[in-house]
Design a protein around this ligand. Structure first.
Ligand code: TK8
Length: 338
């Protein structure tokens, strides 16, 4: 009897080991995930992508490997989105603003002055309405995992300091490939030109455009200070980045593999936001040290800008739908009151 029990126990434990081994082996197939991004390796985007890659590899016992490819070497945001939809590329991170042509609801995040600070952005983007907008991507062949912080955008140009609204007149300004940005800057009097980010440095260098707008971090990591003299602190809109997976690819993953990607994405988000904010805190001083002439828009001019930009709100609401517009306004108000 004793021998029988021992044999049975031994058999059971062998079965248990085999079983758990089989589960693990089935759960994680050897995979190579191409993860594209637009900025260079030594940017906030590059650092967070590296962390994401490490987390995925660790959590899958080395089975899933992320090949991080920066500097738009796989294409601009728009090109990579199409590659994900077609299943030719697995993952990317890029601006939500460049997704508006695919999922119109994404334009809600382009509302000028929507958030007053990063905390409001976190609460709303990570909350139910942020998820709802993200989930809209699925019917278009994309799965959104998390929002990262690109940040509050500021204006640079090579023509003149922008001290008043009229100084924007005729400045040839690169904007993202997005109608809200196009309308916003036309409204402010600039000659707005949509261009992919990957072409921006050269366009500034060759004076194809006079200016652009991006967060301090990007102005620094993309070395725009080499080709832009004037920086005006406008904080005109908060830009999220979004981590995306090809839905074709996602649907072929096991539940365990999907969980590895989602968990790693959340870790990368928390790291990225901290890293970005720490960098942004000292970036302005760095940009001044690099020779940029920085000015704050005087309060009266800032409110004139705000008033002008409010004119684009109705268009955004009509495009994303009044219900979503109200829901987001409500979520912002709640975050603000908390
Ligand atoms: C990088 C872009 C960039 C965005 C832009 O691929 O295009 O100006 O701010 O971060 O997504």
């Amino acid at each position: 009897m004793k021998t029988f029990r021992r044999t049975l126990l031994a058999a059971l434990s062998v079965a248990a080991i085999t079983c758990s081994f089989q589960v693990a082996a089935q759960d994680f197939k050897p995979r190579i995930i191409r993860f594209g991004y637009g900025l260079n390796e030594v940017s906030n985007q590059g650092r967070a992508t590296k962390l994401f890659a490490e987390e995925v590899e660790k959590a899958s016992g080395g089975k899933m490997k992320v090949r991080a490819i920066g500097a738009a070497a796989l294409g601009s945001d728009v090109q990579m989105q199409q590659a994900l939809i077609g299943g030719a590329q697995e993952m990317m991170v890029g601006s939500t603003a460049t997704l508006v042509g695919i999922t119109k609801e994404m334009a809600i995040w382009d509302t000028p002055f929507l958030f007053n600070n990063a905390k409001e952005a976190d609460v709303v983007l990570d909350g139910p309405v942020g998820q709802k907008v993200m989930d809209k991507l699925q019917e278009k062949g994309l799965v959104g995992l998390v929002y990262w912080e690109n940040g509050f955008r500021n204006l640079t140009n090579s023509k003149r300091p922008v001290n008043k609204l009229e100084d924007m007149d005729g400045i040839k300004l690169r904007v993202m490939q997005n109608n809200v940005f196009l309308d916003s800057f036309k409204t402010l009097g600039a000659n707005a030109v949509p261009l992919p980010f990957s072409e921006l440095f050269t366009a500034l260098e060759t004076k194809t455009v006079d200016g652009q707008e991006n967060p301090y971090n990007t102005i620094l990591s993309s070395k725009f200070y080499e080709v832009q003299k004037y920086l005006t602190v406008t904080n005109h809109v908060y830009s999220p980045w979004i981590v995306l997976v090809s839905k074709k690819y996602w649907d072929g993953l096991s539940k365990a593999e999907q969980k590895v990607l989602l968990d790693a994405a959340k870790k990368s988000r928390d790291f990225e936001r901290q890293d970005t904010r720490a960098e942004a805190d000292k970036a302005l001083a760095d940009l001044k040290a690099k020779g940029m002439q920085v000015n704050e828009l005087p309060a009266a001019e800032a409110s004139r800008m705000r008033e002008k930009l409010a004119a684009v709100n109705a268009g955004i609401a009509a495009n994303v739908g009044e219900a979503l517009w109200k829901e987001v306004q409500g979520a912002v108000a709640q975050a603000r009151a908390a």
